[in-house]
Design a protein. Structure first.
Lengths: 166, 207
């Protein structure tokens, strides 16, 4: 009988203890991480900046990222205005919502830019390497033609030689 | 003879191929370069002079001081830069270049901005002491106005009002840690940029 077996009962008890301990530790971790003071607006700017950096690393140009920088500065300005209005909660909420909206746009645009810039960079790289191959072929062809023409010229000059007595 | 000629052309082709592919590699690979910022303070006329009204470093309460503060980004990417304005006296520690530690001087305010690579952000920086008092031979700055915003300075004093200083520190967003950090990372090194301008407050202070 299972119910009467002391070994099985101890094992079940241990399993329940382990499950409870795991659940407890997970819950505690969640509570701790939720209660930690987070610099939410600052980290949101950081996330947006990371995405802009990725777009730049993928090959986005100065002109392409200029628009994103204007938006980021606009968000910074609105954020600063929001911090100067601690008494007016409603106005503050409106400004922070605008900041959130702008940062969302920046993130979306930076992600799109990363994809297009990455594709363009890959294409440019492939074109550059293929051009290298084509240029090598054309250079070899030019070398062979020049050699052929030069040889013909030498043969012609040889047959045009005259022996003149001194 | 014919096959020898073909083999010779193949060698020529491979030589050209190596040369042109090397050129393609060099042109498509971005070259590494030194990453740094430039921080500067100019006087009222955007020159390295005229830092004080009438060129007198003795500032009185209500004397407006006009500077231009600028940062140039040479990091190769968009950066979030923060200029922290601190007020110090003679005894307070300046920022530590070797340990990349900021000054413990009280923070008055900060200015933040995203700037692109090779872009310079320059802003007018007008400031004045709007409230100060004198206690037992020691001058204490209480309030400071920067760009028409008034800031309370947490009790900073100097003997006879000598050797106060405005400290400007450059902080940047560090993507690895996700925080603002004094200076910036260049490879494995930590670099900092900061400036300080000294002034005295020996007149027009309330007793």
């Amino acid at each position: 009988m299972v119910e009467g077996d002391p070994v099985l009962r101890i094992r079940s008890f241990l399993i329940i203890c382990i499950v409870l301990a795991t659940l407890l530790s997970l819950t505690t971790q969640t509570i701790i991480s939720a209660s930690q003071p987070t610099d939410e607006p600052q980290s949101r700017f950081g996330t947006a900046l990371d995405l802009v950096h990725r777009a730049e690393a993928a090959g986005a140009t100065h002109e392409e990222t200029a628009g994103l920088v204007i938006l980021l500065n606009k968000a910074l300005q609105l954020g600063d205005e929001a911090t100067r209005l601690p008494s007016s909660e409603a106005q503050r909420a409106v400004l922070l919502a605008q900041v959130d909206d702008i940062l969302g746009k920046v993130e979306t645009e930076a992600t799109r830019l990363e994809v297009t810039a990455s594709q363009r960079t890959s294409t440019n790289r492939v074109v550059a390497y293929v051009s290298g191959g084509v240029a090598a072929f054309l250079a070899t062809l030019a070398y062979a033609c020049t050699g052929y023409v030069w040889r013909r010229y030498r043969v012609k000059r040889t047959f045009q030689m005259r022996i003149s007595p001194k | 003879m014919y096959s020898q000629s073909r083999r010779y052309l193949l060698v020529v082709f491979l030589t050209f191929l190596v040369i042109f592919e090397m050129v393609a590699y060099v042109t498509t690979t971005p070259r590494p370069r030194e990453q740094f910022f430039q921080l500067y303070v100019l006087g009222a006329n955007r020159l390295l002079s005229d830092y004080y009204p009438n060129n007198d470093p003795n500032i009185g309460v209500g004397d407006l001081v006009r500077w231009h503060v600028g940062v140039t980004d040479f990091m190769g990417s968009v950066q979030l830069v923060v200029i922290r304005i601190k007020l110090g006296n003679q005894t307070i520690r300046p920022p530590d270049d070797l340990q990349a530690q900021p000054s413990p001087a009280p923070l008055v305010t900060e200015f933040r901005r995203f700037i692109q690579d090779n872009e310079t952000w320059e802003m007018p920086f007008s400031w004045q002491i709007v409230n100060a008092d004198m206690l037992g031979g020691s001058t204490r700055i209480l309030e400071m106005q920067i760009n028409n915003e008034t800031y309370v300075v947490p009790g900073l004093s100097a003997l006879d009002g000598h050797n106060f200083r405005v400290i400007l520190e450059l902080w940047t967003w560090e993507p690895q840690s996700g925080t603002l950090q004094f200076g910036w990372s260049s490879g494995n090194e930590r670099r900092v940029a900061w400036l300080q301008v000294w002034f005295n407050m020996t007149s027009t202070v309330r007793q």
